[in-house]
Design a protein around this ligand. Structure first.
Ligand SMILES: [Ca+2]
Length: 302
């Protein structure tokens, strides 16, 4: 099958999802109340043991997604690169063709410039030893990074990765990406916040649903074309999101990508980086031994 450029796939998805149910405000409110009561917390015990699929994702017993629901992408591995098993991946992005990563855990959090694509020297810049690093993204000549529960975001120079500023963050910080106009951040719920890319102040938000059902645990983020892609914490599933409507417009199940047997619940898929200039897509997970270049293709619709 010829390679499908992601931007072309976007339009196919739009057509395929026209039959998806629309959100009803009353059912959304009830579902959100249930979700708030059961809100998980990243980096703590998972809601269930093992690596499982998110129960909010419509799925039949044989793993196929329910007809009429958002369609799925299949994946193909293009290349595999080494990834540090000490690196608790919280952010992954590409700037000027170079791959960057931010990692978590107190005392082990770093901002990393990777050499694995062969176009840069590796730099590992420690974050302050007391913080728990989270998502990150480049905006111009700066890198913006979040912390989990430290109430602060950091600004770094892209060329040196040195910290040059900070800003307050309300609540928890999880994933971060940039759509060219706004920073988009997740906090573990189904609510995404928009931040001004210069002042880092909140300028809006959007709640994410599959039909009428909230999709919580949104984690690392990536802006691809005109859609948002998100990891879903504690799953190997990516969600594609129309940020203007808040609706999920597709899923990519990357189960099977992790090489071998996982050691613990922390080792989940997290980290999406896309280079629009080369149409290359990279993913990895927390403490995964490998980072993958993959290609996503829209699965045939039954
Ligand atoms: Ca990303």
């Amino acid at each position: 099958m010829p390679r499908l450029v992601l931007t072309a796939v976007l339009s196919l998805f739009t057509l395929a999802c026209q039959g998806a149910s629309q959100a009803d405000p009353s059912s959304i409110a009830a579902a959100e109340a249930r979700e708030a009561a059961a809100r998980p917390s990243e980096n703590s015990a998972p809601p269930s043991s093992g690596i499982s699929q998110d129960p909010t994702i419509p799925q039949t017993a044989d793993g196929a997604f329910t007809p009429g629901r958002p369609p799925t992408f299949t994946y193909e591995v293009i290349a595999a690169y080494p990834h540090g098993t000490e690196d608790f991946t919280q952010g992954l992005f590409i700037a000027e063709g170079v791959l960057y990563e931010s990692t978590g855990q107190v005392g082990r959090s770093h901002l990393i410039r990777h050499s694995i694509l062969g176009n840069a020297e590796e730099v590992r810049m420690p974050l302050p030893p007391h913080v728990f690093g989270e998502g990150s993204v480049a905006v111009g000549d700066k890198v913006i990074s979040l912390t989990w529960r430290d109430g602060v975001g950091h600004v770094h120079a892209l060329d040196t990765l040195e910290m040059i500023g900070e800003f307050p963050v309300a609540g928890e910080g999880w994933g971060l990406t940039y759509d060219g106009t706004r920073l988009i951040m997740s906090d573990g719920t189904n609510r995404l916040r928009f931040l001004d890319p210069n002042s880092y102040e909140e300028i809006g938000d959007q709640k994410i649903f599959v039909g009428t059902r909230p999709l919580p645990r949104l984690n690392e983020l990536e802006w691809i074309g005109d859609q948002l892609w998100a990891n879903i914490w504690q799953t190997d599933v990516l969600a594609r999101i129309d940020i203007e409507t808040g609706q999920v417009t597709g899923f990519a199940n990357l189960s099977g990508l992790y090489p071998g047997r996982r050691q613990g619940f922390d080792e989940v898929l997290n980290g999406i980086a896309y280079d629009p200039k080369t149409d290359r897509l990279f993913v990895t997970g927390k403490n995964w031994p490998q980072l993958f270049e993959i290609r996503l293709t829209l699965a045939p619709i039954e």
